[in-house]
Design a binder for this molecule. Sequence first.
Ligand code: AMP
Length: 477
Amino acid sequence: MSFDTLGLSADLLRAVGEQGYTEPTPIQIRSIPVVLEGRDVMASAQTGTGKTAAFTLPLLHKLAGEGSGKRVRALILVPTRELAAQVQANLDAYGRYVGLRSAVIFGGVNINPQITKLARGVDILIATPGRLMDHMQRRTVDLSKLEVLILDEADRMLDMGFLPAIERIVKALPIARQTLLFSATFSQEITALAQRFLRDPVRVETAAPNSTVELIAQKAIQVDQAKKQKLLSWMIGNEDWKQVLVFTRTKHGANKLARQLEADGLTAAAIHGNKSQGARTKALNEFKNHKVRVLVATDIAARGLDIDQLPHVVNFEIPNVPEDYVHRIGRTGRAGREGLAISLVCGAEHGLFSDIRKLVKAPIPTEVIEGYEPTEPLSRTAGKVQARGGSRQGQGSGRGQSQGRSSGGQGRSGQGSRQGSGRSDAPRAGSSGRSGGSRSGNRSGGSHGNSSGNSRSSEGQRSSSSGSSRSWGRKVA
Ligand code: AMP
């Protein structure tokens, strides 16, 4: 299917062509015509599916021609400044022949330039809820003539506690307006929000709610918390990953991990809410330009990061909220490209990861890496480690054969049933000189012998995506 059939103007089609897009993504095919019709839309759209263009293109089409900049005609509410900046970049790119004025306002920076820009006149305003409330209180923004409201990543805005702000903002808007709600996941809260703010919305679901983007190969590696960092350094070096986004749960954890990776000879930067906007932008740019190989981020800071062809995402710690997993791994496999998402799961996170499996409804093979075999008991409950001697689910009969120097390869399964026959020969085990500058391969906690272990995945299924789901040289289960 081509973009020409969606009803968009020639100016927009030209700009889309210049972006190199050859055909619309499923969310664009489904959303653009109904938005053009003027209907409210509630769309479940995972990040990386082209959702921004799904609402910005019809928005630009509708507002084109009448751009005066005298009143705000459309408001796009987003959870983070990164996403705000990114939506504006998209609007600039798609709207280059349309001649509308847009502005972006978010917190953490001086408000005065934003006031000046608003005073000059804006057609489309992109804003985070907190800073927009500030402007409303100062009466530096007038939303009384608004025609279109877009809530982007609505689930994340609720997670971040923006509901009261959103309620107050929506109260100040005209009732006769078009409202579009985009959310990666459809929780009860999101459905309730949609019932209150949307009128007879068309529901657009391009994938099963909460399912993960199909092109992302997912796998879990069971490893003790204390060994995660060394394992990560080793994987990056040994697999020669050039660009890895790593998630931690806390800001402090992000800083610490970035420092440890640097100590292992990898270039790394941390990005989180305590960093200034300038520092965040710098870190992101260095990562995008391949000056920094590893970007360590907290969930909130990573929202909205759009990095072309990001091949690897690592969950260094498992998120407390299962939906965050969907957001995190959506950073890879963007716009039809393949990606690999790896979760390092320690014993205490076993319960959390089980919840994620239920949510995403996808098989996520579990592996154990030689030299990093877990010793911690598996907890069913988030954050709670069972007493030693308690039941160890799924331990036991794995027969990963390894000829590595150390373990002799009695593998362990983390997830119980072992119907698996996924067999992976490990061609590059212990490959010397492939560590891309990382010293970690020689310093990590385990041995790096010439394992050529046949291995099994405990889910009985290898990751589906081809190129990305490579086997690990040292995998033992
Ligand atoms: P989004 O889900 O909006 O964050 O978009 C993810 C990425 O897909 C962005 O880099 C967009 O530039 C890109 N993109 C959006 N629509 C298309 C399309 N139809 N074809 C190819 N890439 C696209």
